[in-house]
Write a protein that binds this ligand. Sequence first.
Ligand SMILES: Cc1cc2nc3c(=O)[nH]c(=O)nc-3n(C[C@H](O)[C@H](O)[C@H](O)COP(=O)(O)O)c2cc1C
Length: 373
Amino acid sequence: MSDPLLFTQKKIGNLILPNRILMAPMTRSRTTQPGDIPNQLMAKYYAQRASAGLIISEATQISCQGKGYSFTPGIYTASQVAGWKEITHAVHQKGGRIFCQLWHVGRMSHSTFHEDGQPVAPSALAPDAQVWVVNEKGVGEMVDCPTPRALATQEIQSIVEDYVHAAENAMMAGFNGVEIHAGNGYLIDQFLRRSSNQRHDQYGGSKENRIRFAVEVITAISQAIGPEKVGIRLAPFITQRGMQDEEAIDTILLAAEHFNRLGIAYVHLAEADWDDAPVVTESFRQALRRKFHGAIIVAGNYEPEQAEALIEQGLVDFVAFGRKFISNPDLVYRLIHQLPLSPINPDAPLFGGSEQGYTDYADFQQLRAKGAI
Ligand SMILES: Cc1cc2nc3c(=O)[nH]c(=O)nc-3n(C[C@H](O)[C@H](O)[C@H](O)COP(=O)(O)O)c2cc1C
């Protein structure tokens, strides 16, 4: 690559990012229990990766109701905010920037997390999916999601308020901004799709109605913390978890017009990252560019060369890398210097556990000093 754009700075909201290589949000399930509290180990992990143009934190529940997996962090209690403060401080000390990914799982949950035993969703339809739950013996296992309870219309505003509260907490915890998780079949995505949203009130039916919840959440958060500190993650191409919907692309492009009107910092596409995933068409990328004038981030199995080509074509501004950042904390340095990447240790847990497979991946220079490379 000659003079790659990947290594050049660009603004997102009011932040100038030093490069286009972002760290994708990744759940790692290592909070302190009880209370789903972010901790020093997590601070070390994120600080090790501070050279990313921007870190987007692992998905973080906005409320107890929004939880769907064991050991994932929250941002709705004072202890959780205090824990996150240590993390943002550690990242900023290393010169980095970090957004908090705000999460409500909706029906992607399990009865153990809910006092009344039932997750909530737009409609009482089970997702044909599983979540990771640690049982009483401390053993993590994938378990089926039960049939959720359909939210009453008057309950929906209180969830919007939970989002706002969480966003304000994120600001108090020192995050540079928030990313609203509206992809991967979680609550906002469940509202967007015809398959999971069969409501008859103003939140269901037409595309305009199905985007209403997303637009209300983004509007309220933008008013609370400023639109330049807000991004949204969407997964237009996902079909698993009962998310098949022929109207998904049109619905998301309609929502993008509203996000543009609100002036948020970015739209982040979680593109398909499984083997037979659909190819994202250039016409979709161009349509999104026309409708949304903020930054566009993409993620999903990218190699640096592909990332560079899309940026050069002007179709995207930033590329987020997930798994490469797990095993290469200094990914930016390695890409700049065209150094080999370390693979993920297949014997270490992705979810749960301690430093093994988490903070024990070394920088290239440390590996070289040890003679390991
Ligand atoms: C261990 C792991 C955890 C993930 N957790 C999240 C998450 O919390 N929120 C989210 O939006 N995406 C999550 N993802 C998806 C990633 O953000 C990313 O889109 C995906 O890994 C594809 O990028 P990659 O091929 O560069 O890894 C996760 C992926 C992995 C591998």
